[in-house]
Design a protein around this ligand. Sequence first.
Ligand code: FES
Length: 106
Amino acid sequence: MSTILIANWKNKTLSVNDPNVSLLRLFQNHRLDWMHACGGKGRCTTCKVIVLEGMENFSQVTPAENRYRAMGALQSNERLSCQVRVLGDVTVEVPEEYKLPHITYS
Ligand code: FES
């Protein structure tokens, strides 16, 4: 079983019970409120995570992510949570610009 650590959200730690679901769905399954303006369709970047450790433990970069990388809207250390699956231990952060106002981050 893999683990997701959210470093700037009080070190929340989530277990990955199903490697076939997206990271965004894992957040939702753990009742974490995470921005996802397009509804998880790969048409925005509001669901992105900054990857601090374990980039190699995500699934392959998707066409949607490549499109945003080419536009400069997704950096090489970022992934779209609605597009990726978690295949091993990772540490991520919530981007400053997509923090939700009703949540206290660390
Ligand atoms: S929610 Fe819009 S790209 Fe992920």
